[in-house]
Design a protein around this ligand. Structure first.
Ligand SMILES: Nc1ncnc2c1ncn2[C@@H]1O[C@H](COP(=O)(O)OP(=O)(O)O)[C@@H](O)[C@H]1O
Ligand SMILES: [Mg+2]
Length: 311
């Protein structure tokens, strides 16, 4: 008997390869790749310099996203995910390489890109409706038109009843829903999201993920979504760009084999688990064990005299 056969847990069927795709999934990826390229990143490098010190944060990053694609970017903390999204937004300069949105170089923020961050970025002194209207008015819509559109967006996310409420009257999930439609109201070509659900509790977070997929299905938007939550990435993404740390480099671009439409029942499907196993392998590859910390997890002192063992 071979080593691998001996080590296989009894009773658990082997997972398929994350590279295996059903015919429907393969056909979907073929259609996706035929759609126009919205964002093209080619040989992107980013060096931070402070005093004498130079940090290579991103090294030779290349990828493309197609129209209406949902791309997730995952990687360990500090691998440059936020730096990447800030460069795509035009908020941070890159050192070399190309960032092209519809073929045009990105050098500053523009209304063709919408952004949603983790922190609630709504203006607290404006009502929900006025928050959504704000960008529309800045971009030249009259008040009447801006209000009409804002109400339509709020209707899309089921928050029209809260149009006249202020942000502090909303739950965290509702605030982030408003932040999403506020970003979408200007009809950007791409929505850039940096760990947007990171501050939400687990239940709200999973509702928001399903909600975001619903919005994405209904409108013409390409999404680049940063997360370090692997389940979130698999649930949301068409493809997942996996970065390594120090410097941030592309390890793999994974085509998620989980079929659409997505549902939480798929979290335990073989394709889902196979993808997760691959992501874990990539993310934890080469991770040095933390010397100082090692062993301390088993050092919880016993603080009861009760003799019976709960195991
Ligand atoms: N303004 C900055 N100046 C110097 N170094 C920075 C700056 N911003 C980020 N970095 C460094 O770049 C790397 C990537 O950071 P970041 O993009 O925030 O990673 P992530 O979002 O994946 O956690 C880190 O090593 C970080 O210390
Ligand atoms: Mg970050």
């Amino acid at each position: 008997m071979s080593d691998t056969a001996m080590n296989k847990p009894v009773g658990l069927p082997a997972l398929p390869s994350y590279l295996d795709q059903s015919d429907a999934v393969r056909a979907r990826f073929e259609r996706l790749k035929q759609r126009e390229v919205i964002l093209k990143v080619d040989g992107l490098n980013k060096v931070f310099s402070s005093g004498q010190r130079e940090t290579l944060a991103l090294s030779d990053i290349s990828f493309e996203t197609h129209r209406r694609e949902f791309l997730c970017v995952v990687g360990p903390s500090g691998c440059g995910k936020s730096t990447l999204v800030r460069i795509l937004a035009g908020l941070e300069e890159h050192t070399s390489g190309d960032v092209l949105l519809l073929g045009e170089p990105v050098s500053e923020p523009g209304r063709d890109r919408g952004m949603v961050f983790q922190g609630y970025t709504l203006f607290p002194w404006l009502t929900v409706k006025k928050n959504v209207m704000f960008g529309l008015e800045v971009n030249g819509s009259g008040a009447y038109e801006a209000e009409k559109q804002a109400l339509q967006w709020l209707q899309l996310i089921g928050l029209e009843k809260f149009a006249d409420a202020y942000p502090n009257q909303l739950s965290g999930g509702m605030k982030q829903r408003v932040a999403i439609v506020r970003a979408l109201a200007n009809q950007p070509r791409i929505l850039l999201m940096d760990e947007p659900f990171g501050a939400l509790d687990a239940q709200t977070r999973s509702r928001m993920q399903a909600h975001l997929l619903e919005i994405w299905r209904k409108i013409d938007i390409t999404i680049v979504f940063i997360t370090h939550d692997l389940d979130e990435a698999i649930f949301l993404a068409d493809r997942i760009l996996v970065l390594s740390a120090h410097p941030g480099q592309v390890q793999e671009l994974i085509e998620v084999p989980v079929p659409h439409p997505r549902s939480s029942a798929q979290f335990i499907s073989p394709e889902f688990l196979a993808t997760k196993a691959r992501l874990e392998e990539l993310i934890h590859k080469g991770e040095a064990p933390d010397e100082e910390d090692s062993g301390t997890y088993s050092m919880v002192a016993r603080m009861t005299d009760i003799a019976d063992d709960i195991d």
